[in-house]
Design a protein around this ligand. Sequence first.
Ligand SMILES: Cc1ncc(C[n+]2csc(CCOP(=O)(O)OP(=O)(O)O)c2C)c(N)n1
Ligand SMILES: [Mg+2]
Length: 346
Amino acid sequence: MAAQVLPAEHDVRRVIGDGEGTADGEVDGLDEAALLALYRDLVLLRTYDERSVVYHRQGRIGTYAIFWGHEAMQAGSAFALADEDWIFPSYRESAIGLLRGMPPEIVLAWWRGHPAGWWDPREYRVASIAVPIATHVPHAAGYAWGAKLKGESACAIAYFGDGATSEGAFHEGANFAAVMRAPVVLLCNNNQWAISTPLSAQTRAETLADKAVGYGMPGIRVDGGDVLAVYEATAEALRRARAGEGPTFVEALTYRSAPHATADDPTAYWDAERVEEERRNECVGRYERYLRRLGVLTDAVAEEARADALDRMKKGITAAEAFPPPDPEVVFSHAYVDPPPGFREG
Ligand SMILES: Cc1ncc(C[n+]2csc(CCOP(=O)(O)OP(=O)(O)O)c2C)c(N)n1
Ligand SMILES: [Mg+2]
């Protein structure tokens, strides 16, 4: 029997109001402690990102993929996961392991090209960071299908961008997940750009969520700057997945308001006015104002969260720089069973 699938939603879900004409909503199941824990996650990611740009400029890490403005998509969705669920990040979510207790030095080591940055995925239920676009979507689908076959309740979430939806690996992963009813959430960060390629050059579909219909899975659209809306959409997708109803495609909308990475100059292509608007309405401040309207967040708690995140980063970069220089041999030992003879010379 064919799956019963509703057409993808074109309405963009929001929970957080603007403090003026648009009223705040609320989300089931999040008490004050949870709301504040989510705030700390956002602050940790924001601090990680801002410090990483500084460390890059100081020559302490290599090229870095900035995720400023993407924190709500990452923290909101990760907050909905159970501990047993597996995360499959792209380079844009490089620091998402921090939300699972991974020390910052591990991720900083990754950006330094140091082998200490390759953690054991089983330790944090976080797969290695995927740099090739969309290749981890089939991994996430396969993991989720495997968990289902073993009778486990674990789900997977794969993070990827708007550009990734044009890749063959995205198609294969999404189709496979739907056919196998794999318990996976496909979370698309639609930041409107694939480096300098705009969304309009990526697809003729009216929305990316529309693609879900073709795979026979629901598609949800959500404001990617609204951490509570992202949380709620992901929680709903996970409920479906755990109930045996298969994958969900979540399109989280934003507009990238930082360079693609430290090696990019976006002033050559982006819409400067739109960027200003996005920055004024950026996700951490938006949530902070929401919590203050609720009377949940005090200055003292906000300052403490920032100081704690900063302290973790300072210790993290010191620890990352203290890893002993790697043995050059590892480059070859992990690539070849029998190194070509030329590699032995010199
Ligand atoms: C298979 C593959 N092709 C090309 C690239 C080069 N590349 C790096 S980032 C990027 C843009 C990806 O854009 P999107 O999927 O929207 O993700 P975003 O960076 O915006 O989060 C491209 C094409 C790559 N890493 N992998
Ligand atoms: Mg993009």
